[in-house]
Design a protein around this ligand. Structure first.
Ligand code: ADP
Ligand code: MG
Length: 257
């Protein structure tokens, strides 16, 4: 494999919280244009792995390569600037804003509030022009996810599934090439789950790469072509769903909790 076919590579990742070892030497890679699933029983270290990859936690040891570059320990913003973005649950203050306001804040946050403030007096017209473009893009994104009719609704009033669509729409505004989703289907009703999955497949057709953490094994088996199974902080096995499903160690890990 050339580095360009492997956007994400994690090597010997380790994360300790005091005496707890949450991730214990995990190594894996994700292929370009794939929908890869990261599964494992509760406490396996999935979320911690995610947080280390996306800069929320600084790994105790190990390396995260994105598109061949070492991005270990960079801030979430700098990692996002490389094109590797995770969805975030909407913070409380965002729930008190409308859907369109939430969207408008996403790219601004990425650009950096201070940058916006410094360019404003210098190039007011240019910035206004840029803001208009951002607004247009936000609307297009809401239309793509079929939540444009909710633009003026407070984000706090959205259903679980509508929220997930908004979170994904927000993440896409930062122009990622790869998206990491942590339990994107939790609290989503079946019809919206189907729509969310359709959009993920559509985006993959457009060339985006997905790494999805999910507890629900059946769902992941159906929609991912490659599955990484974590157990007790490291990778137990990986492979296509058919192989993973019948793997004795995987079955045991899930039954053992
Ligand atoms: P998963 O997402 O697979 O359920 P996590 O990554 O959330 O697993 O957790 C892995 C282990 O690390 C668990 O034992 C959990 O209690 C522990 N852990 C996770 N985050 C922290 C933290 N911030 N402080 C202390 N322990 C943590
Ligand atoms: Mg988790």
């Amino acid at each position: 494999h050339t580095p360009s076919s492997i956007p994400l590579r994690v090597e010997g990742l380790r994360k300790e919280f005091g005496s707890i070892t949450a991730v214990d030497g995990a190594s894996f890679s994700v292929e370009k244009g794939s929908i890869t699933g990261l599964i494992g029983p509760n406490g396996a270290g999935k979320s911690t792995t995610f947080n280390c990859i996306t800069g929320i936690h600084e790994p105790t040891d190990g390396t995260v390569y994105f598109q061949g570059e070492d991005v270990t320990g960079l801030s979430p913003n700098r990692i996002a600037n490389h094109g590797l973005v995770r969805t975030f649950q909407l913070a409380r203050e965002l729930e008190e804003m409308t859907v369109i306001e939430n969207m408008m804040l996403a790219p601004k946050g990425q650009l950096g509030e201070s940058l916006w403030r410094s360019v404003l007096p210098l190039a007011r017209r240019g910035v206004v022009e840029q803001e208009r473009k951002v607004l247009e893009r936000c609307w297009e994104m809401l239309e793509f996810f079929e939540i444009d009719h909710l633009a003026e609704e407070y984000a706090g009033n959205l259903s679980g599934g509508q929220r997930k669509l908004l979170e994904l729409a927000r993440a896409l505004l930062t122009d990622p090439t790869m998206l990491l989703l942590d339990e994107p289907f939790a609290g989503v009703n079946p019809s919206l789950e189907g729509r969310l999955l359709e959009h993920i497949h559509e985006l993959r057709e457009d060339g985006y790469t997905f790494l999805i953490v999910e507890h629900d094994m059946d769902l992941i088996m159906e929609h991912c072509e490659h599955i990484i199974v974590m157990h007790q902080g490291s990778v137990l096995t990986e492979g296509p769903p058919s192989e993973v499903r019948s793997n004795e160690a995987v079955i045991e890990a899930y039954l053992g909790g």
